[in-house]
Design a protein around this ligand. Structure first.
Ligand SMILES: [Zn+2]
Length: 331
């Protein structure tokens, strides 16, 4: 449909959820429904009453009732055959980003039949936008799931076990933090000097007025001018202070990062599939894929609340943690 140039009423590409809604809508085979979504104002589509009233409407149906019923039957049989949720089986769902469009990649499977007739299921991650909206939106850009997952687990472990790599990553990150903040602090200092200069000049103008060198009009003009300048400087000062605050989470000690990574590794290695997926989703911000369809980088991100949450699972005690921080690590 998308490929043939059809678009939604808003001019967007059709998605699976929208198509499903259309196919299941009895309106198209000539019916009008009441009470299908009780409390629509608050709950919208989420609240569906299966016993709602449905009667033949006056409008002309665009498909026959038989076709509509057939479509529902086909949907019902297909939904058994292809379970939509693989729950814990694709732990990196949404984390791996499509190298082409940046959307999260989702679970996909193909079944290959060998010459001797044995069937083999191969798992992939493929572009979520492609899967939802088809080839008009993006391409599959599939990544083998087994390989991707193995790479992620191995990479986390190898970074953990190589003290030099981890130390370097932490140092670079803490350096970067300082490199953002120190120019801002410089600017803040310069701003404050300018503001106090302005205020001194203002005093001098009042003195000049007092000893008769300035007329009242001249004084007013100068003061209005200075006040406007000071106001602009103060506006910028507020901006800078906010920016400093946003960036000034404290430097995170190597020891803390090492501990967090160890806990993370323990949790994803030992727990059941559901928990493993939960922790991967919690701590990995995104995984990028290179042109070769292999994983390029793993962006890890954690803050004090995530660290504390992991501690409740591992039974450890948070130790030497800065009071508030966000830490991003690219491995
Ligand atoms: Zn894509």
């Amino acid at each position: 449909m998308n490929q043939d140039g059809y678009r939604t009423i808003r001019g967007n590409l059709f998605g699976i959820a929208g198509i499903k809604e259309i196919i299941a809508n009895k309106f198209y085979c000539g019916y009008v429904s009441w009470g299908q979504h009780p409390n629509w104002n608050t709950t919208r589509r989420k609240n569906k009453d299966p016993n709602h009233l449905s009667v033949k409407g006056l409008h002309e149906p665009i498909i026959s009732e038989d076709d509509w019923n057939l479509a529902q039957k086909i949907r019902a049989t297909r939904s058994d055959k292809y379970p939509r949720s693989y729950s814990g089986e694709f732990p990196l769902t949404g984390l791996i980003r499509c190298p082409q469009c940046g959307y999260g990649m989702v679970a996909a499977r193909t079944t290959n039949t060998a010459k001797d007739g044995t069937k083999k299921c191969i798992r992939y991650y493929s572009c979520g936008q492609f899967r939802n909206k088809g080839s008009a939106a993006c391409r599959a850009n599939s990544v083998r799931a087994d390989e991707a997952e193995k790479y992620v687990f191995d990479r986390i472990k190898s970074v953990l076990n190589n003290e030099n790599i981890l130390k370097k990553l932490v140092a670079t990150l803490n350096d970067k933090r300082t490199s953002v903040i120190s120019p801002l602090e410089e600017e803040l200092k310069a701003l404050n000097e300018q503001i106090s200069k302005c205020l001194k000049r203002k005093e001098r103008y009042f003195d000049l007025f007092a000893d008769g060198s300035f007329s009242k009009d001249e004084l007013t003009e100068k003061i209005v001018d200075i006040d406007a300048t000071v106001e602009n400087l103060k506006k910028r000062e507020t901006e800078i202070r906010k920016e400093i605050k946003d960036n000034s989470t404290e430097a995170v000690p190597y020891k803390v990062v090492k501990e967090v990574m160890e806990d993370f590794n323990t949790l994803i290695m030992n727990t059941d599939k559901q928990n493993r997926k939960f922790f991967l989703q919690l701590i990995i911000d995104k995984i990028t894929v290179g042109d070769n369809h292999k994983i390029d980088t793993i962006d890890i991100q954690f803050d004090e609340s995530i660290v504390n949450l992991m501690k409740t699972y591992t039974g450890g005690k948070p130790d030497g943690l800065p009071p508030s921080f966000i830490f991003k690590l690219v491995i």
